[in-house]
Write a protein that binds this ligand. Sequence first.
Ligand SMILES: Cc1cc2nc3c(=O)[nH]c(=O)nc-3n(C[C@H](O)[C@H](O)[C@H](O)COP(=O)(O)OP(=O)(O)OC[C@H]3O[C@@H](n4cnc5c(N)ncnc54)[C@H](O)[C@@H]3O)c2cc1C
Length: 213
Amino acid sequence: MLLFGATPNGRDLAPRVAARLRFGLTADCTGLDIDDQGQLVQTRPAFGGNIMASIISPYTRPQAATVRPNVFAASAPDALRPVAIEDFPVTLSKASIRTKVVETIATAAEGEKIEEARVIVSAGRGCGEPSHLELGWIPHTIQVGQSGTTVGPDLYIAVGISGAVQHIVGMSSSKKIIAINKDPDAPIFKIADLGVVGDALHILPKLLDALKT
Ligand SMILES: Cc1cc2nc3c(=O)[nH]c(=O)nc-3n(C[C@H](O)[C@H](O)[C@H](O)COP(=O)(O)OP(=O)(O)OC[C@H]3O[C@@H](n4cnc5c(N)ncnc54)[C@H](O)[C@@H]3O)c2cc1C
């Protein structure tokens, strides 16, 4: 099995390698498993995120997938685990590299990256309007979910978020999930460790006061 990070570099490299060596590749997986036959079962959203497809590559080897950062929590380092590191000298001539970086443009986003944040408070449509968010309406660059970023913080507080599958795939690996929603049947409660049923606009100020004291 060959796993690549679904990072910009991984998404560039993996399909090129798969095409050159003619093996199957499943891009942007949100879950991996191994079935009774030793097949790698690769789960990813399909048809606009309306279904989760389980994909296997039975005809070619290696079985390969790209997986978004934060889909799995990193295990604790184990310094005693034996790992064989093999040097593999690569000789590339300049002439064989047909692409070159012309310019690097940093994104406009400032502050901490959400994929590295330990605590995330995520605001959904239930937050109503920009004036309810002190920082204002939040740009798409920090959207969580299938078309945004996958996150796995220690604590994820979902405020006024229903729990659509396209959102869940981006945050379900969070270690603790607290959901605040006025609808007791909202799907987000199915994956929340702690659910608070009520109006977020009343609950959040009380929560903030409690945190300050
Ligand atoms: C191809 C594709 C990709 C997508 N990618 C993403 C993605 O990356 N990320 C993403 O999030 N979505 C994505 N979506 C959209 C997704 O399907 C949902 O439409 C979206 O997640 C819904 O956002 P929401 O939960 O904020 O809003 P809603 O589904 O409208 O839910 C609002 C929730 O707020 C609750 N609520 C209302 N008022 C209050 C209140 N005062 N207090 C407390 N609770 C309240 C309601 O009960 C409701 O549950 C994608 C869709 C498609 C088709």
